[in-house]
Design a protein around this ligand. Structure first.
Ligand code: RP5
Ligand code: MG
Ligand code: MG
Length: 279
């Protein structure tokens, strides 16, 4: 697997806890490193036992690598190892043990909806990039409130929820602010979103996310699906409004020079390549 980078960010997000520095050649658990001494950190919000979080390991021993009641503890990347009762990050050391901001020991499952449309000029003609000559896509991006970085409007899969529900729910909450819409507005939005999201999406990624919240024992995984509004008269006609954990929302040109949260840029690259559009 590729060496994670954001999962080794020097200071753990939302805290002043510094990770134990892990150089590139020591990321792999198979590399012997007796002096490795990761910092232990689990955020107080997680330790307070909210519904979305597991208890501390000890009295609690979940069914790792299985569907544990309604919580899916299986990884998209195959079996992960358990050491002293705790799961080990399949992409290697992060310099921090415990769960940090993540609720689940092991994989924390998310889903990422990538909604795209064609970039058009004022006359409605497709815009081609000046150098690549390829038509350009735009995607719905949100600015995360936790770190001020632009990202795909994804979110966590609730226990028992199926991915297609998560994709629609998170897109509605973060990009259309349905949590604060009136019942009739919500119904109108939901109708369009359901229509677009029930079209055949393009799965562009499934697996480990190089997320800055990852630790040695807890990590993000996602399924990223692209839904393309070909004619521009579906979701593209709805006004974007940031909600929940999004501070801003906007249509953004798909381009390799973007700076995005976690490894979201990689998901967009796959969208652009698969659709043979500008990158
Ligand atoms: C990323 O965090 C995923 O790719 C997804 O976009 C997001 C889910 O976490 P929250 O937005 O719920 O914080 O790893
Ligand atoms: Mg959300
Ligand atoms: Mg989110």
């Amino acid at each position: 697997p590729v060496a994670h980078i954001k999962a080794r960010c020097p200071v753990y997000p939302g805290s002043d806890t510094s990770r134990f520095h892990v150089p590139d050649d020591k990321v792999d658990w198979k590399t012997d490193w007796p002096r490795y001494s990761p910092v232990n950190y689990t955020a107080s919000t997680v330790l307070k036992k909210p519904v979305w979080a597991d208890p501390e390991i000890g009295a609690f021993s979940p069914l790792f690598n299985s569907l544990d009641g309604s919580v899916d503890r299986r990884s998209h990347e195959g079996q992960y190892c358990i050491q002293n009762g705790k799961p080990l990050n399949p992409h290697g050391r992060t310099g921090l043990e415990g769960r940090g901001l993540l609720g689940r020991w092991g994989p924390n499952h998310a889903a990422d909806p990538i909604v795209t449309r064609w970039k058009r000029d004022s006359k409605g003609q497709l815009v081609h990039h000046t150098t690549s000559q390829l038509p350009m896509l735009q995607f719905v991006s949100i600015k995360r409130l936790d770190c001020d970085e632009w990202a795909i409007p994804g979110g966590m899969v609730d226990p028992g929820e199926c991915i297609s529900q998560t994709l629609q729910r998170e897109f509605s909450e973060e990009a259309m602010n349905t949590l604060q819409a009136s019942a009739s507005e919500r119904e109108n939005i939901q109708k369009r979103i359901t229509k677009l999201f029930s079209s055949e999406g393009l799965q562009v990624y499934k697996g480990y996310v190089d997320d800055p919240r990852n630790t040695d024992n807890a990590w993000m995984e996602t399924v990223a699906i692209n839904f393309h509004d070909e004619s521009g008269n579906s979701v593209s006609e709805l006004p974007l409004q940031a909600g929940d954990d999004a501070g801003q929302v906007s249509w953004i040109d798909v381009d390799s020079s973007l700076a995005l949260y976690a490894n979201h840029l990689h998901f967009l690259e796959t969208v652009a390549k698969e659709r043979n559009t500008h990158w």
